[in-house]
Design a protein around this ligand. Sequence first.
Ligand SMILES: [Zn+2]
Length: 346
Amino acid sequence: MTAPGLLRALRAIPKAELHLHLEGSIAPETVVRLAARHGVAVSPEDVAARYRSTDFLGFLDSYKWVTSFLRLPDDYRLIAGELFRHLRKQNVVYAEVTLSAGVMLRRNQNLAENFFALREASKEAAAEGLRVQWIFDTARQFGPEAAVETANWAARLAPEGVVAFGVGGDELALSARELLPAFECARDAGLRLLAHAGEIGGPEIVREAVEVLGAERIGHGLGALHDPALLDLLAERGLPLEICPTSNLRTGALARQLGGEGARLDRHPLKAFFDRGLRVTLSTDDPAMFETDLVAEYGAAAEMGFSSAELARLAEMSFASAFLPEADRESYLASFHERAAALGLL
Ligand SMILES: [Zn+2]
């Protein structure tokens, strides 16, 4: 397949997106609009400068800045509607979207009201062929009590479309042991469990996320590359790593994992993980902040040496790793296979 033909096929194939932060998906012009709503003058240049952070703590700071313009249900509804249109254009048919519920609670916002606005937007998306489930997330640096509070909210809103509880932020700020009560509370409520781990941290943080917290998918997991025994464990358990190549370049996470130099796409461990038999899924993380989209991430994987059949296998793994009832997952996989074959990807 020619390169443009492959990109067309990647755009046309039905896709699932599993690692996507709502607050990292806000287009620069929308940030300007939201800031103006709340009486803050922000120029497109300000947004561009914030979105261009080059190290991990700078990125967390920019993320915090963007969320300061999200205050009311209408703000959330606006950004969710824009995100869902953007996903539909790329033929994303299923998404698990992470909401920084912990940030909302920290800002003393009405989480339930904001979430109901989001749920309305996701109902509209479902009518257009995009199914959305929500993940509530806290940041490790907010501490153990905030994590429990977020998990409790996720449990309360589970019947409204919250499917999982996760943790992100500065993974060096809080140990797995301190997070355990929050994860236990989420698990007891029947929620699925996730953790960002090994984004900038080492293999021990990934291992603890799996063995202490019971995480069922790992956000990033790059740190596992330093520990062959951990890679074997992940492969054996079929435990998915959600890989976000452009994000890893833009936050400096890959550079940190590689010892500070030479962070380029061709040094990303995605292909090595895949070839070793790990379950890996491809995602954008914060598409607006990193100026990417899901089709571009598949294009990046092609540049890393994935054949068209391997790209199809990669796309299939997102459906296979989704927090869906078995019958729904099977149905997505069946239509995926049919379409992939018709597009000449399989
Ligand atoms: Zn993330």
